[in-house]
Every structure is written in structure tokens, then in C-alpha cells.
Design a protein around this ligand. Structure first.
Ligand code: HEM
Ligand code: HEM
Length: 186
């Protein structure tokens, strides 16, 4: 009798993410790493206009992360109804992706609300700004700045684990998970 189950030794099926998801994924990697580096590097810059400029750039690229995360979630919701990937992803992967999305929203949001409750507007590359939409509250601002920092470290740690998992898939498990997120050049 013919065994209809797929053979375990069959080559991994090449399940690919769609073009927009792939483009946004790698653009967001660059934006998250740059924003984090600017946040950390700010302390090394002497106080004054240069440090203010680093904070302005940090806030601006951070707002891009927030906008990109909202766009990605909207795109997923429209396509997959929050399936996050049309092909099945195991629970550990789903949990990690959920955590990454939560971080991409909560980290910039905590930063934004910290800026507002400090009594400031959020600048965007010096060409626009998000006006202060909440009343000034110094205690809330201090708490949110702290939460922002802790959550940012958590997001980067999770992203590191996630990248490591992708490499394990590619080099150890030798399946098509990483290839599914890479652009096709041809
Ligand atoms: C994914 C996006 C973001 C990441 C990964 C991130 C990460 C960080 C990090 C690592 C720091 C340094 C904390 C420290 O050592 O003191 C920082 C500081 C800061 N971030 Fe962000 N950030 C992001 C988005 C934003 C956004 C969107 C805003 C505001 C609209 C913002 C506002 C700030 C401010 C005001 C500080 C200085 C806090 C202080 O005075 O201690 N960040 N951020
Ligand atoms: C070198 C770094 C990275 C590598 C190699 C990598 C690799 C991958 C791969 C292979 C997938 C597909 C997983 C699957 O099909 O189940 C994926 C999905 C995903 N990655 Fe990454 N990633 C990296 C960095 C990041 C960063 C920095 C973030 C966000 C902070 C991120 C967020 C996500 C999310 C949310 C998904 C779920 C699929 C989607 O929503 O489009 N990744 N990543």
C-alpha cells in the first residue's frame, strides 16, 4: 500500500514570505539596530548640541520603527488574519514573533509617552514633529524612560535569540526557514 505521508527525508518545502513582508522585515532590522545604537551611543557624546542631535535622530528612527510595526501588523491582519505566516510556524517561533511585535510597539511607545509627559513634542528629523498629546507628568516620564530602556534591552536580546534560531534552522536543521525570508535575486 502506498504511504501518502510526506517522506521525512524529502527536501524541505520552500515556503516563502511575500515581498512586502520580506522588505519590511530587513528594513526594520536596520531601523531597530540603528535606533538602539543611537540610544546607547548618546551617553558617549558630550552634552550639548551634538548629544541633542543624536537624541533627535534616535527619536526619529524610533518613530519609523513604530510606523513600520503598525504597517507590518496591518499587512499581516489583512492577508493572514494574524496567522503571521501562511505556512505553519511552530509555537516557539510564534511566541518569539509575538514578543518581537510587542517590543517593536511597546519600546517606541514608552519612549514617545516619556517625551510627551516630560513636556515635549517628539521631533521627526527636524522636518516635522508629533505634538505633545499628554499632560506633563515628571514622575510618569521618569518611570517610562526607565521602562523604555529595560524593554529596549529585552527587545534586542529577543531579536538576537531570534536571529540565532534562524541560523540554526539554516545551518543545523538545514530547512528553508531562512531562505523563506531572503529576497530572491534574479
Ligand atoms: C525600537 C525603537 C527604540 C529603541 C530600541 C530605543 C532604545 C533606547 C535606548 C537603548 C536608550 C538608552 C537608554 C539609556 O541608556 O539611558 C534610549 C533612550 C531614549 N529613548 Fe529610545 N528607543 C526607541 C525608540 C524611541 C522613541 C520612538 C522615542 C521617542 C519618541 C524614544 C525616546 C528616547 C529618549 C527620550 C531616551 C533618553 C531617555 C533618558 O533620558 O534616559 N526612543 N532608547
Ligand atoms: C540577523 C537578524 C535576523 C534574522 C537572520 C532573521 C530571520 C528571520 C526569519 C528566517 C524569519 C522567518 C521565520 C518563519 O518563517 O517562521 C523571521 C521572521 C520574523 N522576524 Fe526576523 N530575523 C532577524 C532580525 C529580526 C529583528 C531585529 C526583528 C524585529 C525586531 C525581527 C522580527 C521578525 C518577525 C516579527 C518575524 C515574523 C514574520 C513576520 O512578521 O514577517 N527579525 N526572521
Amino acid at each position: 500500500m502506498t504511504d501518502l505521508r510526506p517522506s521525512l527525508t524529502a527536501p524541505a518545502t520552500e515556503l516563502r514570505h511575500d515581498g512586502l513582508s520580506i522588505a519590511l522585515h530587513w528594513a526594520m532590522l536596520a531601523a531597530v539596530v540603528l535606533t538602539y545604537a543611537l540610544g546607547i551611543g548618546r551617553e558617549a557624546v558630550p552634552r550639548g548640541p551634538a548629544r541633542d542631535m543624536v537624541l533627535l535622530l534616535h527619536i526619529s528612527t524610533g518613530l519609523l520603527v513604530l510606523a513600520g510595526a503598525v504597517l507590518r501588523i496591518a499587512w499581516h491582519a489583512g492577508r493572514n488574519g494574524f496567522g503571521f505566516r501562511s505556512p505553519p510556524t511552530p509555537w516557539a517561533g510564534r511566541l518569539a514573533h509575538l514578543g518581537l511585535y510587542a517590543g517593536m510597539i511597546l519600546v517606541p511607545l514608552a519612549g514617545l509617552v516619556a517625551v510627551w509627559t516630560r513636556g515635549q513634542a517628539a521631533p521627526f528629523f527636524g522636518i516635522a514633529e508629533l505634538p505633545q498629546l499628554l499632560p506633563t507628568n515628571r514622575a510618569a516620564a521618569a518611570f517610562l524612560a526607565e521602562a523604555h530602556e529595560v524593554l529596549a534591552h529585552g527587545l534586542i536580546a529577543l531579536a538576537g535569540l531570534h536571529a540565532l534560531a534562524a541560523l540554526v534552522h539554516h545551518f543545523v536543521l538545514r530547512d528553508g526557514v531562512l531562505r523563506g525570508m531572503l529576497p530572491r535575486f534574479r
